[in-house]
Design a binder for this molecule. Structure first.
Ligand SMILES: [Zn+2]
Ligand SMILES: [Zn+2]
Length: 290
């Protein structure tokens, strides 16, 4: 009679440790190293997600280089890389990712924001092209597979993992993701601009009841209204409003403005946590379990 409850408890603990999110780059637009950004980090978007023994990477900003240095010891790797979009700050870490140079590794690269006629393969080959860049993706030794989809589709990158997607409001398009695994969900919603007073329905549907929502918090509401309407980004206050409206549990403030100092992020983190307990500001090295 006593065996069942004990077993249930062990399973719950295992599942929690099984699903992890780790931040390697949290900055928006351009890398911003320096004394004012040292605590939260200056690298651009790169996130590592572990669903059991499956590895998922979100975006390929400058933080991806450090992630690659860590992963280089884990061969052979088999992983899925999901791109929100192909703006430079989200792809510029790709050529410096060591696991791409290891022949036993295999990667599937996914994007859902491109217009008809354009493919992720083409975009990445044009970005790694002389005289902008000295070598082409042909130098990569790993198996690389490019998968284009249309934002809104539901993807199944591995057993027990469901990835829902939605189009975001950003110049040249972007895709928001919701990764569901083991009964938990993590959403990655960057880069996107909101319309004040009109919550984005696509985002609300994507993040409904989610455990963690990583959101484009480039600006404050004040900065946005004064100077940044039309720039394609959102605010941490809008992130909170969306989470509350959608019944999401925790906001992760992400895609920090390159000029946002650590002390300002401390203050934003305090306010966000007071408004929605458990909410945090993303920093390099932060690891969360949904
Ligand atoms: Zn960006
Ligand atoms: Zn962008």
């Amino acid at each position: 009679m006593q065996a069942a409850p004990v077993r249930a408890k062990v399973m719950a603990v295992t599942r929690e440790a099984d699903y992890q999110v780790r931040f390697w780059g949290v900055r928006g637009s351009i890398a911003a190293p320096g004394t004012g950004t040292a605590r939260y980090g200056g690298n651009t978007s790169s996130i590592e997600v572990r669903c059991g023994n499956r590895l998922i990477l979100l975006d390929a900003g400058t933080g991806m280089r450090y992630l690659g240095n860590r992963l280089a010891a884990e061969i052979p790797l088999d992983a899925d890389i999901f791109f929100t979009h192909s703006h430079f700050d989200h792809v510029c870490g790709l050529p410096f990712f060591k696991p791409f140079f290891q022949p036993r590794n295999a990667f599937r690269l996914w994007a859902g924001h491109l217009e008809a006629g354009m493919t992720l393969h083409k975009v990445l080959h044009e970005f790694m092209m002389a005289p902008l860049f000295p070598v082409s993706p042909g130098v990569f030794a790993a198996k690389m597979e490019f998968r284009d989809f249309k934002a809104g589709e539901t993807l199944a990158p591995g057993p027990g993992i469901v990835v829902r997607t939605a189009p975001l409001n950003h110049p040249n398009g972007a895709t928001g993701y919701r990764i569901e695994y083991g009964g938990k969900s993590v959403c990655y919603v960057t880069d996107t601009e909101h319309v004040p007073g009109t919550p984005d329905r696509n985002v609300l549907a994507l993040i409904a009841g989610a455990d963690i929502v990583i959101y484009d918090c480039m600006y404050t509401d004040e900065e946005f209204a004064k100077s940044y309407v039309g720039w394609g980004h959102s605010t941490w206050q809008e992130g909170l409003r969306l989470c509350k409206a959608a019944g999401a549990k925790r906001l992760v403030v992400f895609h920090h403005d390159p000029d946002r100092a650590d002390d300002q992020l401390d203050a934003i983190g305090r306010e966000a946590a007071a408004a929605l307990p458990g909410s945090v500001v993303a920093r390099e090295g932060l690891t969360l379990a949904p």
